[in-house]
Design a protein around this ligand. Structure first.
Ligand SMILES: Nc1ncnc2c1ncn2[C@@H]1O[C@H](COP(=O)(O)OP(=O)(O)OP(=O)(O)O)[C@@H](O)[C@H]1O
Ligand SMILES: O=C(O)[C@H](O)COP(=O)(O)O
Length: 395
């Protein structure tokens, strides 16, 4: 892959695809890790006299303009961190974006509005995606892919634009790939993978491949309930992927046959509603009441997970163990972070919310070998899949 130092960027308009998908609460950014991670590449391009046009997505607004998903707060934070004005375009490829791009002086930065306000960005239809990519590419002369967290998406800004412009990989992608490669080569064993979070349908499939690689797979977060149900337990109102039950039963069977250990929670913190002040309590994992939903793994599970991680030489962790944003449901995530912090194992934490959780719960980043900006992206990388955003930069 070419790097930005291989491109002659001076005086040129450079479109940078970053992953600025940060957690927001009431319009305020609760963790700016992904914005910080984008700074070295943007900074390097500015130093070299580029006119930098940053594009990114926030959440999943599904092709509609939804103000709660605006990147405006991200533009403000990016400006603060850069110590420079960031022109914010109120649209993605419209008049505002064209004006912002055209008005940049060398070394200046603009941020376009949320790419996913445009249906073309995520379209599965090549022609629709391509038409949007044409308009995006027209804003710039060069393209830099730096949004590692989104490289697993075959989206216009990730996959199609680099087909249309001379391109290179930014520093973040290069660093992430370098570290994650270590997990695909000679991994020190036992190798444990901890999976949680809420993007259950996205991430269940990853297990298929991990069964041939990891020694232990620990399941927490929203994924737990599809496993518990597959084992014949009721899960109340918890997150459930009904259509994945057979697949999960297959995973459990194959794990047993191949000697991979699945570690499932023994207890669950179940609440009457998805709220911090809802009535909640610890229940056995096989006895979740019908009117409750599981929002964290319980204290026994926290201990069990810590114990199953204690002798691991390599650990990859994606997805919080519970709804850590609300204090009553943060303890499972804290238990796993505690077990890994400074453990001496090679520990990689991946994902926007997972990394945010570690920081918000007060753990030092230095306690982990690597904190990746990619959740789904790093999982798919570990699966050995061809990632559209990396493939596009290699061509
Ligand atoms: N039991 C649960 N029910 C509902 N949501 C849950 C549960 N456990 C965890 N979560 C939520 O999962 C979210 C994070 O999931 P996600 O899969 O997006 O992880 P991630 O680290 O951000 O990875 P990625 O970068 O791929 O998005 C958190 O906001 C958390 O509140
Ligand atoms: O949070 C992430 O994992 C990336 O920003 C990608 O977001 P997505 O899962 O909505 O495509």
């Amino acid at each position: 892959m070419r790097t930005i130092d291989d491109l002659d960027v001076s005086g040129k308009r450079v479109l940078v695809r970053a992953d600025l998908n940060v957690p927001l609460q009431d319009g305020a950014i609760t963790d700016d890790g992904r914005i910080r991670a984008s700074l070295p590449t943007i900074g390097r391009l500015r130093e070299r006299g580029a006119k930098v046009i940053v594009c990114a997505h926030l959440g999943r607004p599904k092709g509609e303009v939804r103000p709660e998903f605006s990147l405006a707060p991200v533009a403000a934070r990016l400006g603060e961190l850069l110590g420079a004005t960031v022109r914010f375009a109120a649209d993605v490829v419209g008049d505002s974006a064209r004006d912002a791009a055209a008005g940049l002086a060398d070394g200046e930065v603009a941020l376009l509005e949320n790419l996913r306000f445009e249906a073309g960005e995520t379209s599965k239809d090549d022609a629709e995606r391509g038409a949007f990519a044409d308009r995006l590419a027209a804003l710039a002369e060069l393209y830099v892919g730096d949004g590692f967290g989104a490289v697993h998406r075959k989206h216009a800004s990730v996959y199609d634009v680099p087909e249309r412009l001379p391109h290179a990989a930014g520093g973040l992608i290069a660093t992430e790939v370098e570290v994650l490669k270590r997990l695909t080569e000679d991994v020190a064993r036992p190798y444990a993978v901890v999976l949680g979070g809420s993007k259950v349908s996205d991430k269940l499939g990853v297990i298929e491949n991990l069964l041939g690689k990891a020694d232990r797979i620990l399941i927490g977060g929203g994924m737990v309930f599809t496993f518990l149900k597959a084992q014949g337990h009721e899960v109340g109102k918890s997150l459930l992927e009904e259509d994945q039950l057979d697949t999960v039963r297959g995973y459990l069977r194959r794990a047993e046959e191949s000697g991979v250990e699945f570690v499932l929670p023994a207890d669950i913190v179940a609440a009457t509603a998805f709220a911090a002040d809802a009535d909640h309590g610890v229940v056995s994992a096989d006895a979740i009441p019908a009117d409750r939903l599981g929002l964290d793994i319980g204290p026994e599970s926290g201990k069990l997970f810590a114990e199953r991680l204690a002798d691991a030489a390599t650990v990859f962790w994606n997805g919080p163990m519970g709804v850590f944003e609300m204090e009553p449901y943060s303890h499972g995530t804290r238990a796993v972070a505690q077990a890994l912090a400074g453990s001496g194992a090679f520990t990689v934490v991946g994902g926007g919310d997972s990394a945010a959780a570690v920081r918000q719960l007060g753990f030092e980043e230095s306690g982990f070998s690597h904190i990746s900006t990619g959740g789904g992206a790093s999982l798919e990388y570990l699966e050995g899949k061809t990632l559209p955003g990396l493939q596009a930069l290699e061509d």
